[in-house]
Design a protein around this ligand. Structure first.
Ligand code: FES
Length: 177
């Protein structure tokens, strides 16, 4: 084991490897080409979250800021503006329960409390096995089928608490339903 891994607390981000730097350089340059010389920061952040397990480690953002020729503070301001982006480690799957008006009146509080009970975590927390992070969210844009939640990129509507064990089990086993 590297000395680095022995002495660094578990919650501290690892420094960038050569492989990371190479991946980030290619990601930013491909994004720049795809957007005709400009950068889509949101696309970059989604790609980074997929690669780094649903979070955006500080050293990664610092390197992206350098490659994008912007300041780390500016990039951090972008990341913290959007609640779907996170700089803190999250689980393998991120559950976002819509808590905006239409979902609230059609049952999102009951959905949230069932999820809290089933997962044993509160909003903002990750299950001990690292599978799920539970989050609240503003409108997810599909109010017609409220109450609604998303797990990763999959949306589930017209939910009842009875649907949740099946949905969680399917996600645990790698399915979308
Ligand atoms: S209010 Fe919940 S999806 Fe719009």
């Amino acid at each position: 084991m590297e000395l680095d891994n022995v002495t660094r607390p578990a919650d501290q981000p690892q420094p960038l490897s050569d492989e990371d730097r190479c991946f980030l350089r290619e990601l930013v340059e491909t994004n720049r080409v795809d957007h005709h010389g400009r950068l889509s920061y949101m696309d970059i952040m989604f790609d980074l979250e997929h690669h780094y397990g649903n979070s955006l480690p500080g050293p990664v953002l610092g390197e992206v800021a350098r490659l994008a020729e912007t300041s780390p503070a500016q990039l951090n301001g972008f990341v913290t503006f959007y609640t779907m982006l996170s700089t803190t480690p999250r689980g393998k799957h991120v559950i976002r329960v819509c808590t905006s008006g239409p979902c609230h009146v059609s049952g999102s509080p009951a959905i949230l409390s069932s999820l809290r009970r089933l997962l044993g975590v509160d909003i903002g927390e990750t299950t001990p096995d690292g599978e799920f992070t539970l989050e609240g969210s503003s409108c997810l844009g599909i109010c017609g089928v409220s109450p609604v939640l998303m797990i990763d990129d999959d949306a589930y509507g017209n939910l009842t608490a009875d649907d949740l064990p099946r949905i969680l089990d399917a996600k645990r086993s790698g399915g979308a339903q």
